[in-house]
Design a protein around this ligand. Sequence first.
Ligand code: NAD
Length: 357
Amino acid sequence: MPLGERSYDVHVGTFASDEVAERLDEALGEPSGVAVLVDEHVAAVSPRLSPLCAALQARLPRVQVLRLPRGESAKNLAAVERTCQWLAEQGYDRRSVIVGVGGGAATDHAGFAAAVYLRGIDFALCPTTLLAAVDASVGGKTGVDIAAGKNLVGAFHQPRVVVADLGFLATLPAREIAAGLAEVVKAGLIGDAELFANVESSAQAVLGPAELPAVVAAAVRVKIEVVTEDERESGRRAVLNFGHTLGHAIEAASGYELLHGEAVSLGMVAALALGEARGVTEPGLAARTRALLAKLCLPVDVQTRVSPEIVDRIEVDKKRRSDKVRFVFVPRPGAAALHDIPLLELKQQLLAARPAT
Ligand SMILES: NC(=O)c1ccc[n+]([C@@H]2O[C@H](COP(=O)([O-])OP(=O)(O)OC[C@H]3O[C@@H](n4cnc5c(N)ncnc54)[C@H](O)[C@@H]3O)[C@@H](O)[C@H]2O)c1
């Protein structure tokens, strides 16, 4: 990730524990201590965690492990306060580092704790879900949820290094893998036509260990390119929200029964159909993408799953003062375009453009 003095490497592959520890050690300099914050479920089910901690202990000083609540339940201020309290009790100082191990919830928690503990310490991430590997662990957005909404409290804080050991995915349920693949498809659509075509031509075998590292690396590259251009989301970074405007509304309306990637799958199909209706998206791309997502076992039935009530939940971005929605269109695979559309117009057109099943 080329960000001047805050540049860092993102390693993607299937690594031995010592290789992961070596890459972390290389990037972290000479810390006074290492706090490994790990999703408690990953700690319970992954055979990779103990060897990783042992390998870190062999290389780095004062390595201790703190288990975080599972998944999204780690993403709140109370949980971050508990982490900071523990860090203080254990005597971690400003030269200490955090290593976050888990899905996007754990990496967001770890990054945010690193951003605020002692006004900011260094951190590194080891994503253990596909979604965290291709998206959440890269780019420096950290944060937690509050009652008013998801991700409304956070900080930009870039890690020192990201090591995505895809060996962790062995214990990840197929449904979570598919949800991560939705973000891979998104990356192809907004920034890498070849990635999109590759996933399309090999969707059946895409989970094979031979193919996955290249696919993940390509998706990460798209995110890096976008973030490098617009680290703090003042413009182009918004293209990463393709499929998310409606996706967030669908996810919330499901009471978070749907996984983020599943909701984004529906959101992407709807966004492409809207793009075709407005003449922005090349004809046929909505059907092509729909077929691909269905093959990846993701929900695509926009006609029945996107109701007027759900569309009504779309809000203007809480972080921008505007009565328009900055909506992301994909004119053709590998390209993205931002259009500001009045909220009411967007809602009406999204419903009208829903493809029939
Ligand atoms: N910071 C960013 O730029 C960014 C980008 C995208 C998403 N996110 C955030 O990421 C979160 C979603 O990430 P996620 O999909 O990884 O969800 P998650 O972290 O909640 O993990 C999903 C589930 O998988 C389990 N799990 C994780 N790794 C496992 C493994 N190797 N084996 C078995 N189980 C495992 C977790 O315990 C959890 O139950 C959301 O909070 C979202 O807001 C952040």
